[in-house]
Design a protein around this ligand. Structure first.
Ligand code: ADP
Ligand code: MG
Length: 325
């Protein structure tokens, strides 16, 4: 067990991990492919294969120094959250951890189906049956997270992955870099996340609660159903304004053919006051999620409603706006 100096730890961060950080050369044990699975500001994720077993993993390389600052505490925290979620089947499994000269490398269970983001921007929108299955799984994962007094704070379609694409597999929640523990050192207030997906209370620097994640689930549901981002404006400022005013449109042609229950579900989540949002457990009782006997649901893809009209430039303008500072 390693313990870090508490002075270097912001509130809500774990400081202890069980996983042994290995220092032997990573490439002696894994074949790292050049194929990038994803990339953020301080992390790059590459597909790799464990030599001993031939099993595939995703290696997340996290820079130890960012903007000249030692970020080891944040990385240790991310590892600790993954450890705490080991029993959560909707969270990506942590296999092992390595340290190299500049990085700490998390070897994660490989989610071969990619991001559900791809299904939010594709011409072929998923059937409501598939969407509700993915949302049930997401809510199950979020519910277990919240039961452990943890909040994700960066739930978005890029951080919900799929175990397989064809047939459409199960979801795995990733990216616990912004996750926090609630109720340890008083109120948690922080400005973080991605403008398009962030809840109004974050923008207003009000206390963070589990309800903050439920807002994001509402945004994800909106995007899966319509293929559009509900709050995205022309620029960051406009997006922030749209979020804080809950300026969201349900009457557009984007909602043509969408069930009334779907709209009801989304409307219950995209409300300004966190106290008025249902919990993950309450969401899981919403009738929309349990329509048409999901137990007998075939695992093969459902026929989609077909391509939908979209404003051409909309997704071209989607740049990651993450700026935790
Ligand atoms: P960041 O903190 O930089 O956003 P993430 O953990 O979200 O890092 O990883 C970035 C991207 O890499 C993800 O959006 C996803 O596309 C891909 N990725 C991350 N983990 C995995 C995984 N276990 N399997 C497959 N792809 C992954
Ligand atoms: Mg991410």
């Amino acid at each position: 067990r390693r313990r870090l100096d508490s002075r270097s730890c912001p509130p809500g961060l774990f400081t202890e991990i069980q996983t042994q950080i290995r220092t032997e050369p990573l490439d002696s044990l894994y074949v790292i492919t050049n194929a990038e699975l994803g990339r953020g500001k301080f992390a790059v994720v590459k597909k790799c294969e464990e030599k001993a077993t031939g099993k595939e993993y995703a290696a997340k390389f996290l820079k130890k120094r960012r903007r000249g600052r030692d970020c080891r505490a944040e990385i240790v925290h991310e590892v600790a959250v993954l450890e705490a979620m080991r029993a959560n089947p909707r969270v990506v499994n942590l296999h092992e951890v390595f340290e190299t000269e500049h990085d700490i490398v998390l070897l994660l269970e490989y989610a071969a189906g990619g991001e559900i983001f791809d299904h939010c921007v594709s011409e072929e929108i998923l059937s409501e049956r598939q969407i509700t299955r993915l949302l049930r799984q997401t809510l199950e994962g979020v519910h277990l997270l919240h039961q452990s007094s943890l909040v994700h704070l960066d739930l978005k379609p890029q951080n919900i992955l799929l175990t397989s694409l064809n047939p459409l597999g199960d979801i795995k929640i990733v990216d616990f870099g912004l996750a926090r523990r609630l109720g340890t050192t008083g109120e948690l207030r922080e400005i973080l996340g991605t403008p398009e997906y962030v809840a109004p209370e974050i923008l207003n620097y009000e206390p963070i609660t589990t309800a903050t994640d439920l807002w994001s689930v509402g945004v994800i549901a909106y995007m899966l159903v319509t293929g559009e981002s509900p709050f995205q404006g022309e620029d960051k400022q406009e997006t922030f304004l749209n979020v804080s005013q809950v300026n969201v449109d349900y009457c557009k042609e984007a909602f043509a053919g969408v069930s009334e229950l779907a709209v009801d579900f989304i409307q219950k989540l995209l409300v300004k006051s966190p106290e008025d949002r249902p919990s993950a457990a309450e969401c899981l009782t919403h009738p929309w999620l349990w329509q048409s006997s999901p137990d007998s649901e075939p695992s093969t893809p459902q026929p989609s409603r077909g391509p939908r009209e979209r404003s051409a430039g909309k997704w071209g303008a989607t740049t990651p706006l993450d700026d935790p500072e």
